[in-house]
Design a protein around this ligand. Structure first.
Ligand code: FDA
Length: 304
């Protein structure tokens, strides 16, 4: 029930406008968001690198309503890629196609993202295209494929294990040599297209993880679920898959103990670091995953 409430809240434009402008809102978000500016994100990236973990930086935002907003966000990503190179940070970037204007003007948005992937290539870096709700799945994968054709190895996709179609998608992406981030999926999807029970989503996750790890392509296993992590480690050991040939990924501020533990045990860990003023839908999705976080965050704010 809480999951449904927080997902509904994540879509409220009115609450979002109020929350993102308020000081208390910014304080609430700081548990899961590295700050409001590029400099904040770079500082968090340097700290994370120093702890032996790589990073993917995400400029928060989705569903822009005009091309100017999309261009503004793309400029921030360019600046971020340049700064990563200049400071020799171990980081790539993650972006959402609707943040780059996909729903406003598809052709412009494709051009913007192609420009970013090409720029990342010039800097020997990589762009991960996050996956959004199911109405965007096919288009997102088509765009990633097209970009991979033009800039091989410079762009990757995300697959959600709750979607029933994902096994076909994983097999196809692996055959094409496209890097995948596997996650469970953060949106509310109907029963016709998505597994609803946790056991089914988890079983699908393990099935897809195995196909990915066997493929020889460098993939990311993105989860905080100890059972999924154990299954991945056990499979890698049993199949003699080198710990250098894939990475675990987790979100900034979530299960830092597990992030550090994996690094200590010799596994690769990438932390997804979000920054920016448009943090509201991101925070609501994190609360949907674990409503207890709402109490935790509120306690921290009042303690401070
Ligand atoms: P699950 O939700 O089953 O939780 C298992 C355990 O993990 C919990 O019992 C708890 O211990 C811990 N945990 C999980 N979430 C927590 C939280 N918010 N706070 C504290 N503890 C928590 N989704 C998507 O649709 N598109 C995308 O592009 C991405 N990208 C992405 C990148 C990265 C690096 C990660 C880690 C995740 C995503 N996701 C995503 C989100 C993903 O789909 C999923 O919603 C969350 O990771 C939660 O699922 P878990 O696998 O962590 O397990």
């Amino acid at each position: 029930m809480f999951r449904t409430i927080f997902i509904a809240l994540s879509e409220s434009t009115m609450l979002r406008a109020v929350a993102e402008r308020s000081r208390i809102g910014r304080r609430l978000s700081s548990r899961f968001v590295a700050g409001m500016t590029v400099q904040d994100a770079l500082a968090a990236t340097a700290r994370t690198n120093a702890a032996g973990m790589t990073v993917s930086v995400d400029n928060l935002g989705e569903n822009v309503t005009n091309v100017e907003e999309a261009s503004h966000s793309a400029a921030l990503y360019r600046e971020m890629l340049d700064e990563i190179a200049k400071r020799k940070l171990q980081a790539n970037v993650s972006l959402k196609l609707t943040h780059m204007g996909l729903d406003v003007e598809e052709a412009v948005s494709r051009r913007i993202v192609a420009g970013l992937v090409s720029h990342a290539g010039e800097l020997d870096n990589f762009v991960r295209v996050d996956m959004e709700g199911s109405s965007h799945t096919q288009k997102t994968l088509d765009i990633v494929r097209e970009l991979h054709g033009r800039h091989p190895g410079r762009v990757g996709a995300v697959i959600q294990s709750y979607l029933i179609r994902s096994e076909d998608d994983v097999r196809r992406l692996c055959a094409e040599g496209i890097r995948i981030r596997l996650c469970k999926g953060a949106y509310k999807e109907p029963a016709g297209i998505a597994f609803q029970a946790k056991e089914d989503v988890d079983a699908s996750f393990v099935r897809l993880m195995k196909i990915m790890l066997r493929s020889g392509v460098y993939h990311g296993i993105a989860t905080h679920d100890p059972a999924m992590i154990e299954a991945t480690k056990a499979f890698a050991r049993a199949e003699n898959i080198s710990p250098d040939s894939f990475e675990f990924q987790m979100l900034y501020g979530i299960r830092r103990d597990m992030q550090e533990g994996l690094v200590k045990d010799g596994w690769r860990m990438r932390v997804y670091i979000p920054f920016g003023t448009e943090w509201y839908p991101y925070l609501m999705r994190r609360l949907a995953e674990r409503p207890a976080n709402a109490i935790f965050i509120l306690k921290n704010v009042f303690r401070r």
